[in-house]
Write a protein that binds this ligand. Structure first.
Ligand code: AHG
Ligand code: MN
Ligand code: MN
Length: 341
């Protein structure tokens, strides 16, 4: 069980309260901690800074556009997808704290090359979320999920990757938006850090984020209406209808980057929905790289995440790239949409 710690920096101001200092401060509740988790996060943050810097300069650096390849998901690979993927792999494989990785962009799990030592963590990631928004300067992000390995031996195995979301050690995302933000949880509180590019550090800006119990925004790709099951269409009609007793009609927001749509939902409340439909029978989003980490964050902030049938965090994964319908956000809003399914 996680010990309870108070979040607040001891000083009244937050000067110099970096991501690393925050993690180290929390580690005081774990006297046996050897600094491995802190070091792993250092590498994740480093990858985020490198990708963020490249994203900012994308138009100048010649990294816009497609590579000409199609990934394991059957999607066109953007040059930035490839860059972000390589950056994360390079930063993590040499950390000494990872035994295996899995990425949305790689068909198989990714091992740690012989020249590096392995460690006790497993990292799964969507290196660049929101690929279709890269070339049009709209927010994109990186999503990561951290598990403790269950295998023994030097190398991790597929079993290490296929663990259910509820046993994640940590999850988070890095958003490349109007600022670069690093948001993470270890399951008992969600904290956000904003990159100060002038000093190259993520500084605490959003401490102990709590998602409102109910919001007034719904987020879904309405262009898919013709493919929806009846329940989803009825729910959308319901949130759009005026109602004297409720806060209806809800406003509609949809960026098309899960990280950005989720980040807004986390801070302001409401619900993000990517349902199964007649075209995508199991939905579009990926359980291990998108749904599970975001569900871990949502629940740690007091929200909920469901596949429509069950809690996302209870799903036992059977394959790396499996997809799942996702209903995530404020507790009451998730409950409402579930009633219509
Ligand atoms: P990715 O760019 O990693 O493939 O993910 C795209 C995802 C997600 O970010 C977003 O919520 C969703 O696709 C948008 O899909 P539609 O364009 O079908 O709405
Ligand atoms: Mn994605
Ligand atoms: Mn992606």
């Amino acid at each position: 069980m996680q010990p309870t710690v108070s979040w607040g920096p001891p000083a009244p101001d937050q000067i110099g309260w970096t991501l690393e200092r925050h993690i180290l401060y929390r580690q005081r509740a774990f006297p046996d901690a050897k600094g491995e988790f802190t070091a792993l996060f250092h590498q994740l943050a480093l990858a985020g800074k490198i990708i963020g810097s490249r994203v900012t300069q994308a138009g100048l650096a010649g990294v816009l556009g497609v590579t000409g390849d199609v990934n394991v998901q059957g999607e066109t690979v953007q040059k930035m997808d490839e860059f972000a993927n390589a950056t994360l792999i390079r930063c993590l494989e040499s950390s000494g704290h990872v035994c295996i990785m899995a990425s949305e962009e790689n068909e198989d799990a990714i091992g740690v090359p012989e020249q590096f030592t392995t460690g006790k963590y497993v990292v799964l990631f969507d290196p660049l979320d929101g690929s279709s928004n890269i070339d049009v300067n709209i927010s994109i992000g990186t999503i990561f999920s951290v598990h403790r390995r269950v295998s023994t031996g030097r190398d991790g195995t597929l079993k290490d990757c296929l663990q259910k979301g509820s046993v994640q050690v940590a999850a988070g995302y890095i958003m490349y938006g109007s600022s670069v933000m690093f948001v993470y949880t270890t399951g008992d509180g969600v904290h956000g850090f904003t990159l100060d590019p002038s000093i190259g550090e993520f500084l605490l800006s959003h401490e102990d984020i709590r998602i409102p119990q109910r919001g007034n925004t719904y987020s879904i790709n309405e262009g898919n209406r013709m493919h929806w099951e009846e329940g989803i269409a009825k729910w959308v009609d319901w949130v759009r209808a005026p109602d004297a007793e409720k806060v209806h009609p809800y406003g509609h927001r949809y960026v098309g980057t899960l990280v950005a749509d989720f980040h807004r939902t986390l801070l302001k409340g409401g619900v993000f929905v990517y349902p199964a439909d007649k075209k995508n029978r199991t939905g579009k989003l990926r359980l291990l790289y998108e749904a599970a980490p975001m569900a871990f964050i949502a629940e740690a902030a007091g929200g909920a995440a469901s596949s429509g049938k069950e809690r996302i965090l209870d799903i036992e994964p059977t394959e790396l790239h499996q997809r799942v319908p996702l209903f995530i956000g404020s507790k009451d809003d998730v409950k409402d949409v579930e009633r219509f399914l």
